[in-house]
Design a protein around this ligand. Structure first.
Ligand SMILES: [Zn+2]
Length: 87
């Protein structure tokens, strides 16, 4: 990852120091919240702030490079929540 410390700080402040998926505050998660690429680099995502979000380690390890998942009710492939599109 080539995200500068300035951009890292901007993403952290924009997120209110919370995981942008489960909304847990830094004070209540194990380890330091991490920067995640909403659209992974391997799928053409960029290092710009509009593609970055703050996430907990648990979520980041589960998401990895996924951008979609199978809906357990319908069996259909659906896009994962995108915190940049919800604002
Ligand atoms: Zn989380």
């Amino acid at each position: 990852m080539t995200v500068s410390e300035d951009v890292h700080q901007l993403v952290r402040e924009r997120a209110g120091n919370r995981c942008e998926y489960c909304l847990c505050h830094q004070n209540y998660v194990m380890g330091r919240l991490q920067i995640d690429h909403v659209c992974p680099i391997v799928k053409g995502g960029s290092d710009t702030e509009d593609n970055l979000c703050l996430v907990c380690e648990l979520y980041n390890q589960h998401k990895w490079t996924k951008t979609e998942a199978t809906d357990p009710r319908t069996g259909r492939r659906v896009p994962l929540f995108d915190p940049r599109r919800q604002r």
